[in-house]
Design a protein around this ligand. Sequence first.
Ligand SMILES: *Cc1c(COP(=O)(O)O)cnc(C)c1O
Length: 399
Amino acid sequence: MISELKSNPLSYLSEQLETWKREGTYQRLRELQTACGPVCRVDGREVINLASNNYLGLADHPKLKEAATEAIRRYGVGSAAVRTIAGTMSLHLELERRIAEFKKTEACVVFQSGFAANAGTVAAILGPDDHIVSDELNHASIIDGCRLSKARIHIFPHKDVAAADRILSELDGEPGRKLLITDGVFSMDGDIAPLPQLVEVAERHGAIMMVDDAHASGVLGRAGRGTVDHFNLHGRVHIQVGTLSKAIAAIGGYVCGSRDLIEFLYHRARPFLFSTSHPPSVAATCLAALDLLEKEPERIERLWQNTEYFKGELRKAGFQTGASETPITPILIGDAALAFRFSNELFEEGVFATGVGYPTVPKGKARIRTIVTAVHTREHLDRALEILVRVAKRLGILA
Ligand SMILES: *Cc1c(COP(=O)(O)O)cnc(C)c1O
């Protein structure tokens, strides 16, 4: 009734939605109706799941579920306070000690998500007089952290170490602190940052070096310790971010580094100060996941075997997979409407692989993204490949 009487000041949102529908880029949320696994039911259909970040298959693991259940029985369902007031429980501290040990750093602080870890940390340690040198494909949470810090942001072309070096050279002698920041593994392309070269550049210019290992933790390095371990750069990266939401399969993010960095973040990182800490069951789940990472290295081996097989077969079939070198393998399409149509038709045939368009990737670089896990069988992968090729031919994506 009211909308008939008065004009709706939010009507521009409805108009935008209509435009997206016309353009074919409107996305309805799909509904996962089972636990996340290599095969699951989505919108009433059984599909091979190539859309999750459940790298090691831990999202439905009995040991993790048991740990969560036990923590709920002993400590309840929530902490009921932010960390700095009354929300620091024993399990939170145990998890932080455990992650610091795992990453071989002095200390660790856990945030509610990887997003909060990145945004909260960058915004806390830098201010308007400082400079950030950032890869153009860095994750949105890094970009938001940079904006929140009000520091000057200098973007370098993807993985272009010489360009980062040039920017920092020009800033030599300028006042203010400098931060060089990169994803460890890039989430939409699956390529790995040139971290050894970036570390050298940072050292040469006295810059802070920070890496976001959301997609590298549990995937790269010994027992999944991440890119710093993969490249043997221990002690040379000042700030390592990781997530507990992907390979670790629960929720959360963390920052590892010196004791003083972590204590500073306890005092100034706004998501830490102003948002409630994890339920104890989340911390317990993560501790159980870290146990498995160390006790069952064969999970990571299987992840990489599946990765090599699947990526190899996609390339043999003629798909454009870009520079991917990790379990994230994009199939590059270009046109967003075609990428979404490809994804939708794959789904109808039993393969769940999300279409990704602007603003997650640049305009004109739409793709579908596939991620294999340690728990996909060869049969799952072969069936998915057969469907991918058949649908791609039908849509003219493959000749
Ligand atoms: C997923 C992701 C994050 C955010 O992690 P969440 O724990 O899901 O909030 C941060 N950085 C990168 C590179 C990511 O891919």
